[in-house]
Design a protein around this ligand. Sequence first.
Ligand code: NAP
Length: 488
Amino acid sequence: MKKNMLFGSTLSHSLSPEIHEYIYNIIGYDSTYELAEFKENELQKYIEKLSKFDINANVTIPYKEKVLPYLDFLDETAQIIGSVNTIKSENGRLFGYNTDYYGLSETLKHYNISGKAFLILGYGGAAKAVIQYLIDNNAEKVFVATRKKELHRKLIDNEQTKLCENIQAKSYESTQIKSYIDKQIKSYENAQIKSCGISEKIEFISYSDIANISGFGIINTTPIGMHPNIRSCPVSPCVFKNFKFALDLIYMPMRTSFLISAENAGLTGINGLKMLVYQAIKAIEIWTGIEMSISQKSDIFTHFDSKFSVISKIKGDLDLTKNPIFIIGLPGSGKTTLGKSLSKKLDFDFIDLDDYIESKTNMRISEIFLLGESKFRKIEKVSLREVSTAESTVISTGGGVVVTPENRELLSKKPNVIYIDRSCEDILSDVNLQNRPLLKDNPNRIYKIYKERKGYYSSLCDYKIINDGSINDLVENTLKALVSKEEN
Ligand code: NAP
């Protein structure tokens, strides 16, 4: 089985594993996709692993430029842009590609760029691919708003020359096969020809100059507005009236504050999801040599567009992010399982109230119960208050949280309370009740508990979800319910 990896410094929120695994299944590619999150001083070690074990890699922030000196070959696009997001490992040699450019070209291919002016916000790795695409498609002028205007102005004139010199030197050192060297030189010459004249078309400006700029498109390449900072926008809303089209490279949330302001000002707005999906498709094509059809690619994109739009709507909804999502229901109804899956999908924190109590008191729940149920309820009441203001968090509560009046008052004021309704028969047949203090000696007590509490669960919840299928159904139904309330 082939192994592929994603290199980066912060990867826990990455959507790439899900996208890759989905595509591998479709094309029948027997491979794994592992996250390799590491600090810069480990980069060389990880690169050596690639060539030693023939492992391919994607590369993300902050290593897209830092990997360059370690590669034996760069394709033309990667050379011109000066950054690599895809490494193919073959017979001990490492080949670098930039498929962000392809992802971007799929995103923008229906727009006529020629003769038009653009404003790009930020000048990091992704901005360079955007600039190159605009120049390749004959944009007339590209303004780049950056916090380091003077620094970039000086750097751009010699940046690409220096890069290409490094690559050439490296290729002579490490590659013995002449055809590789010839290819490398040819591609280097092409890169030089293509990058000729770029600097005249690019103008670096400060954010304070933006109000004086107008053009066809405004493109956000900064991370401002990305989840969880969904209220932030890199520019003031009054800037948009000077443009017709807005692209935000951010894909989570899919409608950022930047895009919402742009659309309110009448612009066409698009997000970065298409770029993300198509860069992954291209990387897989490079690794496998399998070319996917246009309709296959478009189906893959449509799949993720609808899937992530549900999650994105939730993450873009302030009610749902600024308040915790509480899960209530009988013991064994699936609260913890749902809470874990939901928080993973939404990239929220997860708190299991019983675990919280155990770590706070340094005692097992069963030990606290030995001191009396009322003692436990007191601790539970204080603990619920402590966690009740957490943002972007899913909290699964204990089944009896609703018996305390103060807890009911608190939950009744919260906007996101989910009740999982599961039949007592299913709980009895499916759940080990040995570690449930109130049920372990008499499981049939669940019927009495249900009778006592079902009124509370129903009256306190904003969403009631029936759990009578698989955990996947439970998660999907919950996500749909959260979105449908937002749409009402
Ligand atoms: P990067 O290399 O870190 O560059 C981001 C740039 O944004 C920085 O160089 C900086 O430009 C500017 N910036 C960062 N923080 C800022 C702040 N607080 N205020 C103002 N400007 C700030 O990252 P990248 O790889 O280019 O990625 C940038 C964004 O594009 C991320 O959100 C990433 O997720 C997204 N992206 C999306 C895709 C996709 O497939 N959709 C692909 C690549 C990247 P200055 O220093 O010049 O001001």
